[in-house]
Design a protein around this ligand. Structure first.
Ligand code: SF4
Ligand code: SF4
Ligand code: FES
Length: 524
């Protein structure tokens, strides 16, 4: 280990550690744009200046390795002056269109200007105009006037996605980021470039102009887009859920997430949701609308009065939490006395696919959790058997815990046609199901909570248990599978507790606005 001192703090670091890494690890503050812990070192922004004792000039921290006995500081007047005028260079041709820029509120230029800048610009020349609002791919817009040429996005496409769409073209003050001729920034990881762009040059088409970031709260949770289980933050307020970003998780996703996972928030918002329970008695009949809890109680009553207990079956998808599987399996097995519990596998042919970076072919976040609970309860009912029983008209009541992310269940139509061979279908779903707009059998649809509205555990493809945290209620009346299971088991007092009790929440506000957060728009 090497000994060094940074801003008076004595540290011991491994040989090869840079000053930047040592400062990050010891929680010391330093300005930077081009350095990123998930990318190679470029050393181009010249903002991470430090003073090293015995060296007459300031040096960059990101590309200077620590040597034995090194004494470093980044708080001296010489360092502050270097950062200040480095920043002035970055802003020479910058359009300063913060009022219409999506990055405002979380922009490196704004932050560093408030911390180190605060100078009066001394440039008399007109700004060099560059291209604005360039459509460079299906998900990303480039405003190259705002770009500070940190090259993070270029390094991402060459080192991480390995798709090489982006480059820096031209020279001097005409240099610009652009896509290579004939190319588009079109890969399943393209939105990571938006996350790592320290300014508002790369913006997401989906998020642009939807919300000011200071109106958003966020919750740390797990993506439910596939079995990789990437750590993510979901951003939301009273108006709905607006975006998903990756959170560093060394064991699962590093610094990144895929573009497919960015869309999972859409199924949480009200326009996609099943808002009330509805009972449709037969094809063409008008549906009766009622509270989810009341509908579940009616199902419970039917099941308890039914003389044909052997005709009850349950279908589960890998989209619920471990705790929900435990309660629903216990309830069906112990209270209804059935072992007819089936695992609906949506895309068996691509289940084992892996794209080499993060994305997995099993598009369920908790297949492993479901399999664990089924195994623990000694349940191994085969899907073929379910199909046979349905075709033979032997199933009286079929309860299906339907997928929240219907986009990854392309065979929904054929499966619903099969399930509708039961005399009664109980369809538990957080999202509306257009294939059930005109059901062909007696159908009870009950709204379920989405993964964003409950806390629990997902087990990813590698067997890693991770906690899912509740953000807020989007459909407050919706039931969790646990609440449904308790109603079926007749444990209503417990249900009241589950329905009414404020569940654990992991919500937090951006630090910078914690004290100023008063907007009614952003209130929960
Ligand atoms: S577009 Fe953003 S990430 Fe890319 S070089 Fe410019 S400032 Fe850096
Ligand atoms: S790889 Fe899977 S878990 Fe990760 S962000 Fe993409 S869809 Fe979500
Ligand atoms: S962060 Fe060191 S030069 Fe950019």
């Amino acid at each position: 280990m090497l000994k060094c001192t940074i801003n008076g703090k004595e540290l011991q670091v491994k040989p090869g550690t840079t000053i930047m890494e040592a400062m990050q690890a010891s929680g010391q503050h330093i300005a930077y744009y081009c350095w990123h812990p998930g990318l190679s070192v470029a050393g181009v922004c010249r903002l991470c200046m430090v003073e090293i004792k015995g060296n007459p000039r300031v040096q960059i921290a990101c590309n200077t390795q620590i040597t034995e006995g090194m004494e470093v500081n980044n708080t001296s007047p010489m360092v502050k002056d270097a950062v200040k005028w480095g920043l002035d260079f970055h802003l020479i041709n910058h359009p300063l269109d913060c009022p219409i820029c999506d990055q405002a509120g979380e922009c490196g230029l704004q932050d560093q200007y408030m911390e180190y800048g605060k100078y009066t610009p001394e440039m008399a020349e007109a700004k060099v105009k560059k291209h604005k609002v360039q459509d460079i791919g299906p998900r990303v817009v480039l405003d190259s006037e705002r770009c500070i040429l940190c090259s993070r996005c270029v390094r991402f496409t060459s080192e991480v996605s390995k798709t090489n769409e982006l480059g820096i073209f031209n020279r001097g003050d005409r240099s610009e980021i652009a896509v290579a001729p004939g190319k588009k920034l079109d890969n399943n990881y393209s939105l990571n470039t938006v996350d790592i762009c320290p300014v508002g040059a790369l913006t997401s088409k989906d998020f642009r102009f939807k919300q000011r970031v200071w109106f958003l709260k966020d919750v740390d949770t797990v993506c439910n887009g596939c079995s990789n289980g990437c750590s993510v933050k979901i951003y939301f307020n009273k108006e709905g859920v607006f975006r998903v970003k990756p959170v560093f998780n060394e064991k699962v996703n590093g610094h990144w997430m895929c573009d497919e996972g960015r869309d999972v928030y859409k199924f949480i918002n009200r326009e996609w949701r099943l808002l009330d329970a509805q009972i449709s008695k037969a094809s063409g009949s008008t549906a009766e609308f009622l509270l989810p809890e009341v509908a579940a109680q009616k199902v419970a009553q039917d099941l308890s009065q039914s003389s044909n207990k052997a005709g009850v079956a349950l279908v589960l998808t890998g989209q619920y939490t471990l705790e929900e599987y435990e309660s629903v399996v216990a309830s069906f097995k112990n209270n209804l006395g059935t072992n007819k519990i089936y695992h609906w596998v949506n895309n068996p042919e691509s289940f084992d696919h892996f794209d080499g970076l993060l994305n997995r072919g099993d598009k369920n976040p908790n297949t492993k959790g479901l399999l664990r609970v089924l195994e623990k309860n000694g349940i191994n009912a085969s899907w073929d058997q379910l199909e046979k029983s349905l075709n033979a008209g032997e199933i009286e009541t079929l309860v299906v815990a339907a997928p929240e992310n219907q986009a990854v269940y392309p065979e929904l139509q054929t499966k619903i046609a099969l399930f509708s061979k039961a005399k009664k279908l109980v369809w538990l779903s957080s999202t509306k199901t257009k294939q059930l707009s005109n059901p062909t059998t007696h159908t009870v649809q009950i709204p379920m909570k989405s993964f964003f509205e409950k806390s629990g555990t997902f087990i990813n493809h590698a067997g890693l248990e991770q906690k899912v945290h509740r953000g807020m209620d989007v459909v407050p009346k919706a039931l969790s599978l646990t609440a449904f299971a308790e109603i079926i088991a007749g444990l209503n007092e417990k249900v009241n507790r589950i329905v009414n009790e404020g569940a654990e929440t992991g919500v937090h506000m951006p630090k910078r606005v914690q004290n100023e957060y008063t907007s009614i728009r952003g209130e929960l």
